[in-house]
Unconditional design. Structure first.
Length: 368
């Protein structure tokens, strides 16, 4: 099977020759460590971990991921250098304190976000979310031809990756201030979500006019270690109507099945029924430290496509622990289908090269 055939079969719960082989991602520090421990420089060309070729091609218009799809983006700049920390403005206009020189392994301190009042939203923020801004569509007509060629050839499937509604609101208001905004400024929150929906529908329908969408994949990060960051009632009021509208609109416009997928860290179980009511098909990465278990989830939700769920901490513990982990997870999920294994988030640098190689070898033995 090709990667595209394998992924399509996975989402359709049909038999595959082996589970789709990929990783969630690697910390750059992990790659640096592995190179010091003997991993060849051309490890990707050699494909020493046995990954499948990527089956997805993305939409040629930016719709964000962990940040808002502002056009123009805000200027990224250091506002104050405090030595071990810095106060920065990022491309979402957020002013935050970060650890100097670090990308992973810490939580920023959010100091100010771009939406603090209706006036600021209308004057400076909403214009950056206009779907008709010409710069948003730079080279679209040329790039969509290449996307269509690959999809028509059967070598790739179109995934439309975008910032999810909660991630978008969190970017606009800040994680703490958003919770107050639900109560203090609900009309403004809804106005922000209507703009999100307008941008997503306009852009994705324009993509869809050329190529059918296989997967609508939204970055959400709506959960933390013990559960959701907002209540089911808040989800139903401020997110669900817009998700249903977007998913139903896009599904009506194409004959091919469109799959709706969510990426969220943390423990999602308190909101999983709410997402399913909006048409959810798939979720990742099911962090074990947050209480997630992909085997139990697969039993409870037999038609939910799953990815992730392999405890990254186990990979640092050594071969015996790795063996127990993959032998517990892979056999039942190979039999069930609708799953591809990855770590439950990025692979950190406490995992040795030898341990990660052992893990990948065991996955390749058990994934079919």
């Amino acid at each position: 099977m090709t990667s595209a055939e394998r992924i399509r079969a996975t989402y359709e719960f049909r038999p595959v020759d082996h589970l789709y082989r990929r990783e969630f991602y690697f910390w750059p520090q992990a790659i640096d460590r592995w190179l010091e421990e003997g991993m060849p420089e051309d490890w990707q060309e050699q494909n020493i971990f046995g990954f499948d070729p990527g089956p997805f091609v993305g939409q040629p218009v930016g719709l964000g991921w962990c940040d808002c799809p502002f056009v123009p983006a805000y200027e990224h700049k250091v506002l104050e250098d405090e030595g071990t920390t810095q106060v920065v403005q990022d491309t979402s206009g957020q002013i935050k304190r970060v650890v100097t020189g670090m990308v992973h392994g810490f939580m920023p301190t959010y100091l100010k976000n771009v939406v603090e009042s209706r006036d600021g939203w209308e004057r400076d923020v909403r214009p950056r979310l206009d779907p008709e801004t010409p710069e948003r569509w730079t080279d679209f007509d040329t790039k969509i031809v290449g996307v269509k060629e690959r999809v028509d050839a059967g070598t790739h499937l179109l995934t439309c990756n975008a910032v999810g509604g909660y991630m978008y609101l969190r970017d606009l208001f800040g994680p703490e201030k958003l919770l107050f905004a639900f109560y203090d400024m609900p009309d403004l929150v809804h106005e922000c979500m209507r703009q999100w929906l307008h941008l997503m529908c306009t852009a994705l329908m324009r993509v869809q006019d050329h190529v059918p969408i296989f997967r609508l994949f939204l970055a959400e990060d709506i959960c933390y270690k013990t559960g959701p960051l907002i209540s089911p009632a808040m989800f139903r009021e401020f997110l669900a109507p817009y998700y249903r509208d977007l998913v139903e609109t896009l599904r009506r416009r194409q004959a091919e099945r469109l799959y709706f997928e969510i990426d969220t860290d943390g423990n999602p179980y308190g909101l999983l029924p709410e997402y399913l009511a909006c048409g959810l098909d798939s979720m990742e990465p099911f962090e074990v430290a947050a209480g997630c278990d992909v085997v139990a989830t697969a039993e409870q939700y037999p038609r939910l496509v799953l990815s992730g769920g392999i405890d990254k901490r186990i990979l640092a513990a050594g071969p015996d622990a790795i063996d127990r982990e993959v032998e517990r997870i892979l056999p039942p999920l190979v039999a069930r289908g609708g799953y591809h294994p990855t770590c439950d988030h990025g692979v950190p640098n406490d995992v040795s090269y030898a341990n990660y190689l052992h893990y990948r070898r065991r996955v390749l033995e058990l994934d079919h």
